[in-house]
Design a protein around this ligand. Structure first.
Ligand SMILES: *[C@@H]1O[C@H](CO)[C@@H](O)[C@H](O)[C@H]1NC(C)=O
Ligand SMILES: *[C@@H]1O[C@H](CO)[C@@H](O)[C@H](O)[C@H]1NC(C)=O
Ligand SMILES: *[C@@H]1O[C@H](CO)[C@@H](O)[C@H](O)[C@H]1NC(C)=O
Ligand SMILES: *[C@@H]1O[C@H](CO)[C@@H](O)[C@H](O)[C@H]1NC(C)=O
Ligand SMILES: *[C@@H]1O[C@H](CO)[C@@H](O)[C@H](O)[C@H]1NC(C)=O
Length: 422
């Protein structure tokens, strides 16, 4: 009896010790946010990493008066839902510091960590790291991001910033002396900016962020709107969530084209109109569930989203970009810049010659009215039927019409988007 009690005690202690070590090492790996210097100073010296991520901010942080009106914009979307295009509506604004999917670096770090560490980290830890990074970026502290960039930046310099070319602020003065207005309209590939601007100086990037009035971040990596609640309630932020949704059939068709390797089974299905046994339906099912859950949650108008949430269907934006972008800027409480409108007229208009230069996987340039619906000519009817039954409540909620026959699917005169105001 005595002996077994000792054993139990020993086991409890050992397990506490293991947990403590795990928590310590997690904290070392993923230090929390340090949004203001006052909070950070208390921790200096005690922990080198804190010092590293907080102290080394050569930019004065005391323009809180100017930043009182600062908007923190989140483009909340899913992969291939038109978010690159929509992100341009912020990227083109000279007063907005726009970052394209910075959470990529966090996800890479997590998926690359050793399996022991990965077991210790559940989805909650990943979400926490996402939120911490967003908070730090919104306060223009890019040094926090350095913990996640691989190879690790040296002297705050990195050549591995994910999709840097998609961020106008990171490819123009003061960050890049070479980049200039001529490239504002966009470039045909992803490497032009590092090629032209060299290694990215993250200290300069933080300065560029602080000198702009607002910050916008695009992400497809946060699954549910509820995951944003702590950010929305954070008194240091004035968060504005633009929730972009799109017809799941269109999302699927776009993924099949962009990620051909992952979608081989679907391609066979598409070509034969017969579903291979091994086709994986879980991803598109989850896409629909997440979309539906988030929209339903938001439409109940919880207090924490009041004035902070706008639902945008990509199809409405594509059909009438000028009106929709004005609505978005009204919601943000910001003046729309002419450069945004110019970009729209150049890039939603297939007759403009410059738009044909954009021709890569993440191209945002297209005749938006036509391409928003081109999936109807590119997706086999059997796939369409399956998606409709997997996602039928999502369709009903968002006003996407289901088709009952292939003829109905291919008849482009018949719109599958019901007029809705949310
Ligand atoms: C992940 O690990 C692989 C293999 O070790 C390596 O090639 C890759 O660069 C790593 N990626 C990141 C982001 O650390
Ligand atoms: C990066 O920019 C900062 C701020 O202008 C500057 O002090 C620093 O020397 C730059 N770093 C490098 C390696 O050029
Ligand atoms: C599209 O381009 C044509 C030719 O440049 C121009 O006449 C037309 O006004 C443009 N349409 C829009 C919506 O900008
Ligand atoms: C599906 O197949 C049709 C021809 O049967 C093809 O035109 C289309 O590009 C395919 N769609 C995708 C998304 O691969
Ligand atoms: C969705 O499908 C289920 C089962 O087929 C059906 O009971 C339900 O009424 C459908 N809902 C909508 C909104 O179409």
């Amino acid at each position: 009896m005595e002996c077994s009690w000792k054993t139990v005690l020993l086991l409890v202690c050992a397990s506490l010790g293991v947990q403590y070590t795990a928590i310590r090492s997690l904290q070392d790996l993923f230090p929390g946010p340090c949004p203001d210097s006052g909070q950070c100073q208390g921790r200096l010296g005690k922990d080198h990493r804190w010092k590293f991520s907080c102290d080394d901010n050569s930019v004065p942080t005391e323009h809180s008066v100017a930043s009182a009106r600062r908007k923190h914009i989140l483009l909340f979307a899913q992969t291939r839902s038109g978010s690159s295009f929509t992100g341009q509506l912020f990227n083109q604004h000279p007063e907005i510091f726009y970052v394209f999917e910075p959470l990529y670096h966090v996800q890479q770090t997590f998926t690359n960590s050793s399996s022991r560490l990965r077991r210790a980290l559940d989805g909650r830890a990943l979400l926490g790291a996402y939120r911490d990074l967003l908070l730090n970026l919104y306060t223009c502290d890019l040094t926090f991001l350095e913990n996640y960039i691989r190879p690790e930046p040296q002297d705050h310099m990195t050549a591995s910033f994910f999709r840097r070319s998609s961020s106008q602020a990171l490819c123009s003065p003061p960050v890049c002396q070479e980049g200039d207005v001529e490239i504002r309209g966009g470039q045909p590939d992803e490497i032009w900016c590092p090629k032209k601007c060299g290694t990215l100086n993250l200290t300069l990037a933080s300065i560029a962020c602080q000198t702009r009035s607002h910050v916008a971040i695009k992400t497809v990596r946060i699954p549910l709107i509820g995951d944003l609640r702590t950010l929305s309630e954070d008194p240091r932020l004035d968060l504005r969530i633009v929730h972009l949704v799109r017809d799941p059939r269109a999302i699927l068709a776009s993924r099949m084209t962009a990620f051909a390797d992952q979608f081989r089974a679907w391609k066979i299905w598409n070509a034969t109109d017969r579903q291979p046994r091994y086709v994986d339906l879980t991803q598109i099912t989850k896409t629909c569930r997440d979309m539906e859950y988030s929209v339903a949650n938001s439409l109940q108008r919880p207090a924490w989203l009041k004035g902070r949430y706008l639902l945008v269907r990509y199809e409405d934006l594509a059909l009438n970009p000028e009106d929709k972008v004005k609505e978005i800027y009204r919601f943000l409480g910001l003046d729309i810049d002419n450069r945004v409108l110019t970009w729209i007229s150049q890039n939603t208009n297939s007759t403009t010659p410059s738009s044909s230069e954009w021709n890569y996987k993440y191209s945002t340039s297209r005749n938006s009215k036509a391409t928003a619906h081109s999936w109807r000519l590119r997706l086999g009817f059997d796939i369409v039927k399956t998606v409709q039954s997997l996602c039928n409540t999502t369709f009903a909620l968002l006003g996407y019409k289901q088709v009952q026959s292939e003829a109905e699917l291919r008849d482009m005169k018949n719109s599958l988007v019901e007029p809705r105001t949310f």
